[in-house]
Structure formats: structure tokens, C-alpha cells
Design a protein around this ligand. Sequence first.
Ligand code: HEC
Ligand code: HEC
Length: 497
Amino acid sequence: MKTKNHRLTLLVTLIYSSLSSASFIDNQSERWIDNALSDQISLLSLTGDPKRHRTIPSIDSPKAQLGKLLFFSKIQSGNFDTACVSCHHPNLGGADALSIAIGVDTVNPNLLGPGREHRATADNYDGGPTMPRNVPTSFNLGFWDRHLFHDGRVEALLPVPFQHGAVGPISTPDSGQGIADPGAGANLSHAQAGFPVTPQEEMRGFSFAQGNTNQEIRDLIAQRLRGELEPLAVNHWPALFRQTYNSPDASLKEVINSDTIREALGDYMRSQSFVDNRWYRYIKGDKAALNLVEKRGALKFLSNNSEGGFNCQSCHQGDLMTDEGFHNIAVPQIGRGKGDGETGTNDFGRYRETSALRDAYAFRTPSLLNVEMTSPYGHSGAFSTLEDIIKHHMDPFYSGAFYTYDGPQPNIQLADQRSNTFEALWTMFFQQATGQSKLQSPYSYRQTDIEDLSAFLRSLTDPCTQDRACLEPWLVDDDIDPDGLRVYAVDKDLNPL
Ligand code: HEC
Ligand code: HEC
């Protein structure tokens, strides 16, 4: 009787451990994995075709072309030293390859990515100042239907699938959360493009348009483009805007204003659609598009714990691999924060918008398309490899407690970084204990799980994002510089990006 019981226990343990750990998937044949994936793909209704039902402007369209020139020009920054491309460069995955973005007052405004540094100025009151958060990519912007920004502060109030906020009202920081902003424009990209010019550390600088409202700042910049604010040595914007908005009888103000500027920028960003990847080919039936390791990774990503997976898709959902929702996974808080908490160095994430406990330290689930190209990861850029951010999800407490900080940063002490991270972790613990979290950590995992999952995530890269020649249409030709204020981007060795 005793032996029998013992055997039974052993059997149960074996079955349980094979089901609950991913080794179960590791032991299956490729054919079995293909079948299991095909079940998951139909269960989750994945199509591998995110462009379906969507309007994505071509980069060849006149507005996207005009937006591109604006995106590369420093004319929108108060002191002519920062452009959108300073932090969202196509050759840096639509981002800047930095943990925390650096905007105005740099030693070399053309230098992007690692090596970009602040210079001290009289206005530079806080030794930085960096931005509070990591840059999300501008790639595939037109695929979001609910929220832009890490905390979703640009938000479609009646989100309709595939519409990118083009149907129904949009709320923005101008109107306040949940309230329609009548000036938001035609869609989410259009709405968002009005905000980067407003923070001092991002583009405005510490002397331009101080004390003005967001709309006053945008109006001043439009005046500048019209040539009404200060003398510009070269100014082709009036001609370029007239060409694009094609209205010879309209006044210059009707052609160049904050609305047309936002629209052109938004169309350029929406044209950055990079969704040709091997995973989508696999979904559409090409079983050879992924290798065995990637297939195992895909299955571990999609299937739940009892099936030997990690249920990543419960948050990184659907074809775009995001639920566009907000979750606290307690990525270490290494930035200068958003002024939250006792020390004013914390960042409460979505809670800043909703004041709901469930949203404390919650940030928007990133899409994982081209994620290989957008390191560092998390809202604070705390992790530089895919392996590390995946391990963090497995056990945030362990990862957070043993996180290696770079040391004190401008305007934030090491001790505050640590205590901010622990606040996020304890909040996560509480959210998990009270059923307000989808993260079922800690997960037991093996090194092969991390390898398989990261191999799978690398199959989400559109090869165009790695190829300068393919990205050429989104870059500005060297001989085009409408105002003499173009960013000629270089890396830390001063080689052209
Ligand atoms: C100094 C760096 C910097 C500059 C310059 C900059 N951005 Fe950003 N951008 C950021 C950071 C950081 C965020 C995330 C902010 C947040 O979520 O709180 C962001 C967010 C965005 C987003 C939201 C993306 C998403 O997925 O939600 C868009 C779109 C965007 N920026 C477009 C622009 C445009 C257009 C310009 C120029 C007018 C610009 N940015 C200039 C750093 C920069
Ligand atoms: C509870 C929801 C949730 C689950 C489950 C989840 N994630 Fe995430 N993931 C997030 C959120 C939220 C972020 C962004 C956190 C931040 O900005 O601080 C994120 C960030 C990431 C990033 C970094 C992307 C970037 O651009 O910064 C990767 C990679 C990632 N997750 C992969 C995975 C994998 C692989 C799994 C399964 C093992 C997984 N996630 C499970 C919510 C989740």
C-alpha cells in the first residue's frame, strides 16, 4: 500500500511538473508543436495581417513627405536644437537607443543614441534634464486604436477597432482624461503630434514661450514656420505647405497652422508601417518561416501555464501583441520620474490619469513588433536585452531586488530609485493578492524558456527596419533642408546614422 501510494505521488508529481513547466513543450516533436500552434492561432483568431481594414498612408503621399521634413527639422524646438528625429530615428528602430530620452541643450544636437549628452547652460536648472521616460517607437503608430503614450494620456474615448481614433472623440492632456479635446484632430497620431513641442526638456527649452499654454506654444511655432516670429535665413516652409495643402487662395495662416503641422507629422509616422515578419508568414501558413526554437518560443508565448507556456498573450494580445491596456509589472524606476510620490521622483504611470489603484505603476503593454530593434526596454528603459526583460516578467521581485542601478542620475538619488522600484513591487504584490493583476508571477522557468521566447520575439522583426536602403524613403535626402535646421544624424563616432 505504502509503495503504491508513493508511486502514485511520484506519477502525479511527474504529470504535474511536466504540465506546469515548459519542459513539456521542449519534449515535443516539431510536428506536434506545429499542430499545437495552429490550434492556438485559430483559438486566438490571429490573422498575420494587421493592415486588414486599416488606412495607412503611403510614405509617398504629399502630407507624409511634408511631415518627414518637419520631423527632421529643429525648427519646432524653442532654441532650434531638437527635432522629433532626435529621439525617433528610423535607423534606431523609430526610437533613440537610450534608456531615458535626452532632448534640449545637448553638446552635439546631431549626435543621437549612446553618447548624446547634455551641456550645462544658465537655464539648465537641474543638471540634466533628461525626460522622465523611455522613447516608444514611432514605427507602426497607426495600428494603435486606444491609447498613445506609456500612460495612455492621448486616448480614443470610443475606441473602434481598426480606426486609430478616427471615429469618436479623443482626450488629450489639453482637455484632461476622459474629456473630448475639440482640437485633437483626425486621429490619435494627429492628436499626439501636438505635444512633444510643449515640455521644456523635450523640445521647448528653458527660454522659449515660458508661461504659455500648449496651444499658444503650437501657435508660436506655426508663426515661426510662416516666417512671422523671427527672421530665418532660409524658409521654404510656406512654399512646401502650399504645395501640399494645394490652396493658392488660402491665407498663409490657413495653410500653416498647428493643425496642418500635426496632421503632416502624424501622417509621416503612420506611414512607418513595418509589419512584414516571419511570424505573420507562419500564421498565414508557411510552416518553414520559423525554426524549431522560434516555434517553441511562440507556443510558450501563446499557451497558458497548464499547457506548459507563460501566457504572454494575455497582455501581449492579438496580431499586434498588445491589449492596449495597462499593467504593473514593476520595471525598475530609474528615471527622474514624473513628480509623483513623497520625493517627487516617482512615476505612478496610468494611475496619474485614472487615480485607480489597479492602475498604480501600470504602463501600457508595448506592441512587440520589431522589439529586437527598440532596446532598451520598459517605460524607464531599465533593461537592455530581451532576455533580461523577459526574466523580469518571470519574477519581478527577484529581478527588482537584485537590479544593478547605474548610480545616481541627474535629479534622482540612487536611494530614491531603489525605493521607487520597491514601491512598484509592493503595489504589484498587493494588486496580485487582490486579483487586480494579470501577471501570474513568479513563474518557474528554465534558461531554454528564455532562449526560446527571445528567439520567437526576434522573428517579429521586419527586415526593412534593419536595412538602411529599405528605410531610405523615410529618411531625408542630404540635399534637402527647407530651413537650414535639419538634423544630420550621426552616432557617437560621428559616422552618419
Ligand atoms: C527628447 C526626446 C523626444 C523628442 C524630441 C520627441 N519625442 Fe516623441 N516621445 C519621447 C518620449 C520619452 C515619449 C514617451 C513619453 C510618455 O509616454 O510619457 C515619446 C512619445 C511619443 C509618441 C507616442 C508613441 C506611442 O506609442 O504612444 C509619439 C507618437 C511621438 N513621441 C512623436 C513625436 C513627434 C511627432 C515629435 C516631434 C514633434 C517627438 N515625438 C519628439 C521622446 C521624444
Ligand atoms: C500582465 C501583463 C503582461 C504579461 C502577462 C506579459 N507582459 Fe510583457 N509587458 C507588459 C507591460 C505592461 C510591459 C511594459 C512595462 C513598462 O513599460 O514598464 C511589458 C514589456 C515587455 C517587453 C519590453 C517591450 C518594450 O518595448 O519595452 C517585452 C519584450 C515583453 N514584455 C515580453 C513579454 C513576454 C515574453 C511575456 C511572457 C513571458 C510577457 N511579456 C508577458 C505586460 C505583460
